[in-house]
Design a protein around this ligand. Sequence first.
Ligand code: AMP
Length: 280
Amino acid sequence: MKIIHTSAELKHWFKEHKIRPMNDLGFVPTMGALHVGHASLIARATKECEKVIVSILVNPTQFNEKGDLDSYPRNLEEDAIIAKEAGCDVIFAPSPEDLYGGEPSAELVDWGDVTNEFEGKSRPGHFDGVIAVVDKFFQVISPKRAYFGAKDLQQVAVVYKMAQIRHPSVEVVECDLVRDSEGLALSSRNSRLSKKGLKMALELSLALRKVKDTVATGMPVMQSVNESREALKALSELEIEYFDGVNNLSFSSSDKSENWTHIIVAAWVEGVRLIDNIRL
Ligand code: AMP
């Protein structure tokens, strides 16, 4: 496995390995601090593509809080071990300036509910940054397939739309959300939680699970969501931003509950923002 730090070096590697845009190239964008969830995306890409590139960049334009950007965990050496084991051929870890071709910036994007509601509303500018960085990576790499985790469900919908509009030849592949043995959604941010914080974080996935189970046994989904949201709000160590049902394509808060495909949650635990979701 090779580690490459500049776009120019990557282009050289493409030449050396006779990689052309329509080659069977798989791309897994990440911000590093890799865990089993990321590894599952890389392993899937390895199965489905000839060569796999994993990008590692803590993208400054998608952080709406500087403290969150500064405290984001970074460890390229450990990441390289995990990526290699999962089958990665190249880690592409450029500086923001190299990828953006200068000072990183993101233009405002308004694609309606999908960019404006839920994560779009809670984190103004976040999706502008995600769209900007994925667009830049797609321009440099021209992958055939790009792999994204269902952990960031709204991001999948946004990237899917972005690819349709700007990169129709790229196939966006949604990969399953990976949890630990207790059900906690794996996240690089979990490493910033204490033991107690991790226990509180688990309440989120338990609440999602409860909605799915009660709906399966006949409770109206709206009632189940309302009850679980109130139960979570009663926990003083959790600060719930939203706990709602959504359709995974529209992400509109006015969708009827018959059209909901998932329950999504965003919450703060010990100053760390966590998101999770479950398919109904
Ligand atoms: P991140 O480094 O957090 O930006 O994540 C990079 C990619 O890994 C995104 O497509 C995420 O959705 C995906 N990912 C992160 N955590 C998980 C998880 N627990 N299960 C599946 N995919 C994940």
